[in-house]
Design a protein around this ligand. Structure first.
Ligand SMILES: C[S@@+](CC[C@H](N)C(=O)[O-])C[C@H]1O[C@@H](n2cnc3c(N)ncnc32)[C@H](O)[C@@H]1O
Length: 307
């Protein structure tokens, strides 16, 4: 297995960031081991075989999964309690869950099993410092256990943070976390399929989703239109974007099949591109970072704002 390691320049390149962001990325990169190897043919074949096997039983996302998410976040709440209220316990189990990753156009075997979590840390540090510097009110939709919001609360203690999720145990967990750790954070129920017409957003709010719109397949229109009507100053979506894959490449075709089998987000990026053409939104960044777990790439960024 050949040895490589991601350096600051690789993150700048992946994020499409300028050299001016090198220092803030370096601050987080130096804390972690980003060494990885590429796979020899036999191991690569085995990785592909496990993706093909996964395709046979991967479950479709959607409305019928509501109770599965309720159970998942009730479990997370139990783990948080067992850990004595340690915020680290909020990290969802689907991050760093596969032994191999998708990285810069091929499979990779990370040396540190927490490579993906640490990559995500670098990404969040960059995103938050770059795009949320002046934010006063931040909403995360489909926020799950609230681990992103809890991290943000410590980075920006004066910012008002709101977590929204359709799973009541997630909402209850976040409100307990906020109380216990005295964070300026609250949570309430919200369903992408039925956005609450009576719910306002604070002026100049920032709205974010992380691996959450993926769950609603092609049914994103009600939420996207609801959001645009409320005129947030910025929207950050970190989601798997099917349209970024090249179906003529085996490596991408495998991820695309997984994406389709799970019925993940479809048509959202073209919808935003069309709105940008019509002058209804400004598309600030549309970028595939080239990072994912063994099965697909959840790390694609769409950053935009209504005009
Ligand atoms: C993969 S998890 C991501 C959670 C969180 N954003 C994170 O990064 O850890 C997907 C989240 O979307 C939520 N979700 C799924 N469908 C939803 C819907 N229709 N309305 C609101 N939330 C939904 C789930 O409850 C879950 O918390």
């Amino acid at each position: 297995m050949s040895a490589n390691a991601l350096a600051v320049g690789d993150f700048l390149h992946a994020f499409g960031a300028s050299a001016a962001d090198a220092a803030l990325i370096a601050e987080e990169v130096v804390k972690h081991n980003f060494s990885y190897g590429r796979l020899e043919q036999e191991a690569r074949d085995a990785a592909i075989l496990s993706v093909l096997r996964k395709l046979e039983d991967a479950a479709a996302a959607g409305e019928h999964r509501h109770c599965i998410w309720e159970m998942a976040w009730a479990d997370a709440a139990r783990r948080y309690d067992e850990a004595g209220g340690d915020l680290v316990a909020l990290e969802p189990s689907f991050i760093s869950a596969t032994p191999y990753l998708r990285l810069s156009g091929d499979y990779a075997a990370p040396v540190d099993p927490r490579f993906e979590s640490n990559y995500y840390r670098v990404l969040r540090a960059w995103l938050f410092r770059k795009y949320l510097r002046d934010a006063r009110d931040v909403y995360e939709f489909g926020c799950g256990s609230g681990f992103t919001l809890a991290g943000l609360a410590r980075l920006m203690p004066d910012c008002r943070l709101v977590g929204l999720d359709w799973a009541q145990p997630a909402v209850d967990l976040i409100n307990r976390v906020a109380d216990r750790h005295r964070l300026k954070l609250s949570a309430r129920r919200f369903d992408f399929f039925h956005p609450d017409a009576s719910m306002p957003l604070a002026p100049d709010a920032v709205a974010m989703t992380f691996a959450a719109l993926e769950q609603i397949g092609s049914r994103f229109r009600d939420f996207a239109d609801w959001l645009i009507e409320r005129r947030p100053s910025l929207v950050i979506n970190l989601e798997p974007i099917a349209e970024f894959y090249d179906p003529d490449k085996l490596f991408d075709q495998l991820a695309l099949r997984y994406h389709h089998k799970r019925q993940y987000l479809a048509g959202y990026q073209p919808y935003l591109a069309e709105l940008a053409k019509l002058g209804r939104i400004e598309l600030i960044l549309a970028r595939r970072l080239g990072m994912g777990n063994l099965f697909h790439e959840g790390y694609s960024l769409l950053i935009w704002r209504p005009l």
